[in-house]
Design a protein around this ligand. Sequence first.
Ligand code: SF4
Length: 82
Amino acid sequence: MTVEILADLLPVSDSRGWHRAACRGDPNHEAWFPYPSQDFAYAREVCGRCPIRQDCRRFAERTGQSGVWGGQEFDRGSMIRE
Ligand code: SF4
C-alpha cells in the first residue's frame, strides 16, 4: 500500500496555493500524524517555512482534519497542540 503525503491528500481544487506546500514530496509521512506523546518539531519546522500555512490551518478547521496542519496539531478540526 502506498502512503500518501499530506500534500497529496490536500484537495487541489480547494485553494490556488497547495502546489506551493512546503510538505509536498516530504518523505517523512509519520511526522504529520504524531502520537499524543510524540513531539512534532520536524513538521512544525517545515510548516514554519510554508507560504500557505494560514490557508492550511483554516482548511483543517473547516473540514475537520487531524494531524499537523499549518504548524499546529489538530484533532477532527480542533487545534490541540502548537
Ligand atoms: S502549512 Fe504545513 S501542513 Fe500545511 S501545506 Fe504547509 S507544510 Fe504542509
